[in-house]
Design a protein around this ligand. Structure first.
Ligand code: ADP
Ligand code: MG
Length: 253
């Protein structure tokens, strides 16, 4: 048995809000196996984005352990966390976040340049080909469809050969066909050994993952292995129902 790529223990994250503290994560335990594709689902406000940010070194948790390929992120200062984000993590966002003035190829190379490294044109070309955009390297984002832009963003996430790709609602802004292209791409990368963690509210997107983890009220409450979209949708409906019931009870009190 090899050690998991991501290992989370007793992870807690509290926000100090105007209406008092909010416990976004209340003791999360979670392993993500090397080379696997994990989806995180849960009702709105259940802590999905907070969890992704803590694992990716974008936010310091209140307590608990987060290990990324054996490195404990707790106790690292901001400089060390920034280095991990640059070199060991890749990010895909809902809104693509490409720079409009740069070509697709230049966008892909940006994480290397920001890290003071030289880009290898051959590597950029092969990344473009691997996301199905071999002939689009000189195009600017506005000359590409949403699905093509998100595939450029996936190539950008891969350029540093990251240990984990983090995706927060990567298909949230796409039509069904483009979403399927991006999900097929993420699935294929994982089949080649890329560890991937994706937050999504879409049961179809989650059905592309090896494991689907369900969050509710800051805790992992269930997991399904290679589920169908229908099974995911069913589990989500139950969770949303009980979240609504809990909110109603709190409102009546
Ligand atoms: P999800 O992504 O599942 O919708 P989040 O992780 O964004 O959930 O939020 C979990 C909980 O933490 C919510 O109650 C949210 O209001 C709260 N929260 C998130 N970010 C902040 C913040 N910066 N300040 C205060 N509360 C926050
Ligand atoms: Mg969120």
């Amino acid at each position: 048995m090899t050690a998991p790529m991501v290992r989370i223990r007793e992870l807690r994250c509290r926000f100090e809000g105007d209406g008092g503290p909010v416990d976004a994560l209340r003791g999360v335990d979670l392993d993500v196996a090397r080379g696997s594709f994990a989806a995180i689902m849960g009702p709105s406000g259940s802590g999905k984005t907070t969890l992704l940010h803590c694992v990716a070194g974008l936010r310091a948790p209140t307590s608990g352990r987060v290990e990324l390929n054996g490195t404990d992120l707790a106790g690292l200062d901001e400089t060390a966390l920034a280095r991990i984000r640059r070199r060991r993590a890749g990010f895909v966002f809902q809104a693509f976040n490409l720079l409009p003035a740069l070509t697709a190829a230049e966008n892909i190379e940006l994480p290397l340049r920001l890290d003071g490294r030289r880009a290898d044109p051959g590597r950029t070309a092969s990344l473009l080909t691997s996301v199905g955009l071999g002939d689009r390297g000189a195009h600017r984002p506005e000359q590409l469809s949403g699905g093509q832009q998100q595939r450029v963003a996936v190539a950008r996430a891969l350029v540093t050969d990251p240990e984990v790709v983090f995706a927060d609602e990567p298909t949230g802004a796409l039509d069904i066909r483009s979403a399927r292209e991006v999900l097929t791409l993420l699935r294929r990368l994982s089949d080649r050994g890329q560890t991937t963690i994706m937050v999504t509210h879409d049961p179809v997107a989650a059905s592309f993952a090896d494991t689907v983890l369900f969050l509710a009220d800051g805790l992992v409450v269930d997991r399904l292995a290679r589920p169908s979209a229908a099974a995911v949708a069913h589990r989500m409906a139950t969770l949303v129902e009980s979240a609504e019931r809990a909110a109603n009870v709190a409102g009546v009190r």
